[in-house]
Design a protein around this ligand. Structure first.
Ligand code: MRU
Length: 353
């Protein structure tokens, strides 16, 4: 297996395979998923997570729905079509904030054979999902190579959440930049913020970097400002779940890091593919996912918030673009005032195939 591959289609048995990210770092558990129902559950539970990975999962989810429709052919066509549409709708809404999920779903839907033949529709869906998955890895490497130019040799990079291979199909966006810099021979140290409450930084980012023998230290999220003040951080790079014309939506805590970085004159960079750009959405219209209270009030089997106390558990926040020093995309580095941003929205790399 490709060392950094985290999500792929198994041709022999026509199932979607992925690493269950909830089991890391203790166990590397592979899941074979053969239904949309199971996939929606995996997305909601964060077995699959991270914006580009959700885009690829959404694409293969439509393939699973098309497979179910093909295998059931012969039955009432209207009923099958209704069930197909229901599955696709549930998939698209499984998580609301990362735009990539609905992007991947719609991308594949738009390529389905118009003929109405379920077998042909399955084949078209599979071709398109494969193209999206293959491109994802290539795009991440391009993001990495462009972004590596922003990392001076000997830097310490702070990151938040996990924007690595696990959040994509391989290589990663923010961690892709680190990987590319290391591949170029630069010495890079990473500070991974643990990312409360689900610990994507300590469980996933640190796991990936340890596996790659890249120097990584995990810190509590609350120590970020202090480390910046002490001069222990040279730059911050994060990924994104959605970039509108005004703001970057990413894991809760990202905004706090951006404010602190600006205060300490530390560059704050966002690495993301064009599929993360939201062409039409306004910041106020973006649904920020709120996760269950139990993610905060329990630590394993121990209650850590008294009964009767409320819990506010937003999974993402919005960082105004004026706090971002550069956006790193597959086509290069965009600097403020982001005059080229409109170009990003108009330019769809998948259309160039
Ligand atoms: O809730 P998660 O773990 O899906 O949140 C993921 C993030 O916020 C990532 O930073 C983002 O998706 C970018 S991944 C390249």
């Amino acid at each position: 297996m490709d060392e950094h591959r985290t999500l792929w289609w198994d041709e022999a048995s026509s199932v979607l395979c992925f690493i269950d990210q909830t089991a890391l770092p203790g166990e590397v558990r592979f899941v074979r998923c053969d239904s949309v129902e199971r996939l929606v559950d995996a997305i909601r539970r964060l077995e699959i997570r991270g914006a580009p990975a959700l885009g690829v999962a959404g694409a293969y989810g439509v393939v699973l729905a098309a497979k179910a429709r093909r295998d059931a052919s012969g039955r009432d066509q209207e009923e099958l079509q209704r069930r197909f549409q229901e599955e696709v709708d549930r998939l698209e809404l499984a998580r609301p904030t990362a735009v990539n999920l609905s992007w991947g779903v719609r991308r594949v839907l738009s390529r389905l054979e118009a003929s109405g033949d379920p077998a042909a529709a399955f084949e078209s869906a599979l071709r398109e999902a494969h193209a999206i998955a293959r491109k994802d890895g290539e795009i991440c490497e391009r993001i990495g190579d462009h972004g590596a130019a922003l990392i001076p040799d000997g830097s310490t990079v702070m990151t938040h959440c996990n924007a690595g291979a696990l959040a994509c199909t391989r290589w990663g966006t923010a961690l892709g930049v680190v990987r590319s810099a290391v591949r170029q021979g630069k010495l890079v140290k990473v500070i991974a913020c643990e990312t409360r409450p689900l610990l994507q930084g300590s469980r996933l980012t640190a796991w990936e970097l340890v596996r790659d023998r890249i120097d990584v230290s995990v810190v509590p999220d609350s120590s970020a400002a202090f480390l910046m003040r002490r001069g222990e951080v040279d730059l911050v790079i994060v990924g994104a779940d959605r970039i509108t014309r005004g703001a970057v939506f990413n894991k809760i805590g990202t905004y706090m890091h951006a404010v602190c970085a600006r205060h300490h004159h530390i560059p704050f960079y966002v690495a993301a593919p064009h599929s993360t750009f939201d062409r039409t959405g306004k910041e106020a219209d973006v649904v920020i996912e709120r996760r269950p209270a139990e993610e905060i009030s329990w630590s394993g089997s121990r209650r850590v918030v008294p009964e009767g106390a409320g819990v506010i558990n937003y999974a993402f926040d919005a960082t105004p673009l004026n706090l971002v020093d550069a956006l790193i995309t597959e086509d290069g580095v965009i600097r403020p005032p982001f005059a080229h941003l409109s170009g990003c929205y108009d330019d769809d790399p998948y259309a160039r195939r």
